[in-house]
Design a protein around this ligand. Structure first.
Ligand code: NAD
Length: 352
């Protein structure tokens, strides 16, 4: 018999080609009159496009977002918020830009409109990770949940194929761990299966033709669903490992997720037969961990942490850290098995 608690996260989602053009309407709907537009330095043109759409409603652009939301960058943006008396945030970009918008909202309670351009899913989560003195700390608070999300496929057409793949795997990881979450529920299970399916089916088409709008739209739809899973239920071993590995060895976020996912799923598989059955259906293969490993290979994604620069002697350190803070996982954390999982991910071996 089913028993669950389901809490939906409030968000207004506008999905479709050309929806970026509705930015001014959405800004006015929220009553914003002095907007700060955020982007990474490399995607300044996205921010300039937004500023052009907003006209006099745009107070300034801050194109200084970087990976892992360093507090020093947030402090810089907060100075502009104060100086220009900003009353709303528009973030255009991937998880790095969205993270900066959330960090500003955390400190100011300003409303956020987010226009995601990758598939990582941060736009629909109440989670924020920030870095100070090389240490990344994560917290969950509704203060950082964006009010409006605008998904416009047209802004994703230039996302390089390699980044699309790793960002898509990052999203699938949210779905995989949602399917065996301690606080899982039937609605999130449906979103997780549908989200993982949409991304797994679209990525080969995107790699074949990065300008395939249908496939891009499917991946974006999947990214939304998978992000919603991340924002709704607790994650376990996979996300803990990635957080630890990326933080300790300064590894890139999405690539780390791509490499670790098959191994973390393989570790948990014996304890989560229901999730394995659901994922086997999603991927059309009996062994979902192997299916993910093979998919990464076919799509040309990295499969070994050593190729990202992690030293071999880091395997033991990562094992210690992965076991150090108690957290829930469907399979108890067994030192030798966790070490073998990390070692296989380091070497790029088949999940074992
Ligand atoms: P990212 O935001 O760092 O972007 C990666 C690169 O791609 C950047 O150089 C960016 O400018 C470029 N880019 C983004 N969109 C593009 C596009 N459409 N075309 C061309 N280039 C584009 O990458 P990400 O993987 O989206 O985000 C990773 C960060 O997000 C990490 O810090 C991670 O911790 C965080 N994250 C947070 C959550 C959460 O819920 N809080 C969820 C997922 C990820």
């Amino acid at each position: 018999m089913r028993e669950f608690v389901y809490s939906a996260q409030p968000a207004r989602v506008i999905f479709g080609s050309g929806s970026f053009g509705r930015l001014q309407d959405e800004v006015q709907r929220l009553g914003m009159t002095r907007v700060l537009v955020l982007s990474t330095p490399g995607k300044m043109r996205f921010a300039e496009h937004a500023a052009a759409l907003l006209g006099a409603l745009c107070a300034d652009i801050f194109a200084g977002a970087v990976m892992h939301t360093p507090v020093a960058v947030t402090d810089e943006a907060m100075r502009i918020v104060a100086l220009k008396n900003v009353d709303g945030i528009v973030s255009i970009g991937g998880g790095s830009t969205i993270g900066l918008g959330k960090a500003i909202a955390l400190r100011s309670d300003l409303p956020q409109i987010v226009v995601p351009t990758t598939y990582a899913g941060s736009e629909v989560t109440p989670i924020i990770g920030e870095t100070k003195d090389g240490l990344k700390t994560t917290q969950t608070t509704l203060k950082v949940l964006p009010e409006v999300v605008i998904y416009d496929v047209d802004l994703t057409l230039g996302l390089p194929a390699a980044l699309s793949v790793t960002s898509g795997f990052n999203a699938i990881a949210h779905a995989v761990e949602a399917l065996y979450a301690k606080d899982g529920n039937p609605i999130i299970d449906i979103m997780a299966a549908e989200g993982a399916r949409a991304i797994a089916n679209s990525l080969p088409q995107i790699v074949g033709d990065p300008s395939n709008r249908e496939a891009r739209s499917d991946a974006q739809y999947g990214g939304w669903l998978c992000g919603t899973c991340l924002g709704s239920v607790g994650m376990s071993l996979h996300h803990k490992l990635c957080h630890t590995l990326a933080g300790t060895f300064n590894l890139p976020h999405a690539e780390t997720h791509t490499i670790v996912l098959p191994h973390a799923l393989q570790y948990n598989a014996p304890a989560v037969p229901g999730a394995v059955t659901a994922l086997a259906r999603v991927f059309g293969k009996p062994d979902p961990a192997r299916a993910l490993y093979d998919l990464a290979g076919v799509l040309g994604a990295p499969r070994a942490l050593r190729d990202l620069g992690m030293p071999e002697n880091g395997i033991d350190r990562a094992t210690d850290l992965a076991l150090s803070n108690a957290y829930w996982n469907p399979r108890p954390l067994e030192r030798e098995a966790v070490r073998a999982c990390i070692a296989a991910a380091w070497a790029g071996d088949l999940p074992q």
